[in-house]
Design a binder for this molecule. Structure first.
Ligand code: ADP
Ligand code: MG
Length: 272
């Protein structure tokens, strides 16, 4: 029987450089859902995701993928289950965009007689889906931030894994590219775990949001339950209005204008 949750994180505790970075973090990622991780800078989002794609080790706790403890999975098998788009991924600059996307097929080739036509078909389709077909022979060194990010998502999609893990994939992207990228994540038929800086994008594209602060989970739930003015004040230290988006009805965060926040500033602005 397949477990109901694609990913389960329990009591995850991580120490780095002698400091405890994550404290007993726990939540579940239901199969087929997009789960967003939000939290201020330094809250531990990247550390948490690095544990999930096993770039760093955790001291205590458990992460189970399809009911199996992550640490027991052979690398290749892990790569068939989880495709990652880490933040600021370094890659050799002599690679072309096609090489980057093709790298997503590595976990699938080699173990069995490889089916080149099959792999080629997937690579072509992924180049098309992330809209970098016209760049396929371009060197990675010449890409803009948005093109680079799309190529990395193409690689993750080519990996054809049921779980996608992305660390702030919309950073450095313009508005259209942010939306396009999250649309692709949304269309991914599997499960996604994604750290997102922009709360409105998180509200729009996530089924479920986990809030981290100082390495611990503050709350988690659907966007409309999590994104409240109280939480934004407590966790992000901003005064904000939360209104329903006029089209989607999802919560939309509008921070208070600085001048309105302070009576003194407001008076000064009137005098000027
Ligand atoms: P976020 O992604 O939410 O901004 P991070 O997971 O990158 O947060 O970082 C959480 C905390 O862990 C920060 O205080 C950061 O300085 C610290 N940290 C991250 N990596 C290391 C490391 N290798 N050694 C020591 N501290 C680290
Ligand atoms: Mg981070």
């Amino acid at each position: 029987m397949t477990p109901e949750h694609a990913l389960e994180i329990r009591d995850l505790t991580v120490e780095l450089g002698g400091r405890r970075i994550l404290h007993e973090v726990g939540f579940t990622v239901p199969r087929g859902e997009v789960v967003g991780i939000i939290g201020p800078n330094g809250a531990g989002k990247s550390t948490l995701l690095s544990c999930v794609y096993r770039h760093i080790a955790y001291q205590r706790g458990e992460i189970t993928v399809d009911g199996r403890e992550l640490r027991t999975l052979p690398r290749r098998e892990l790569a068939r289950l989880i495709a990652a788009v880490p933040q600021d991924t370094p890659f050799a600059f002599d690679l072309t965009v096609e090489d980057i996307v093709a790298a997503g097929r590595i976990p699938h080739t080699g173990a069995f007689a490889r089916n080149r036509d099959h792999d080629r078909g997937i690579i072509d389709e992924c180049l098309r889906r992330v809209n970098v077909e016209h760049l396929r022979h371009r060197s990675a060194a010449t890409l803009s931030g948005g093109e680079r990010q799309r190529a990395l998502l193409g690689r993750a999609l080519a990996q054809d894994a049921p779980i996608l893990v992305l660390d702030e994939p919309t950073n450095h992207l313009d508005l259209a590219n942010q939306e396009q990228l999250l649309e692709l994540v949304h269309e991914h038929t599997g499960t996604s775990l994604v750290a997102i800086h922009d709360l409105n994008l998180a509200a729009e594209y996530c089924d479920h949001i986990v809030v981290l602060r100082d390495g611990a989970v503050v709350t988690d739930g659907p966007p409309e339950r999590v994104l409240t003015p109280e939480l934004l004040h407590d966790v992000f230290r901003v005064r904000a209005h939360v209104v329903p988006h006029p089209e989607s009805g999802r919560p939309h965060v509008i921070t208070s204008a600085r001048r309105v926040r302070s009576g003194v500033d407001a008076q000064n602005s009137v005098r000027q």
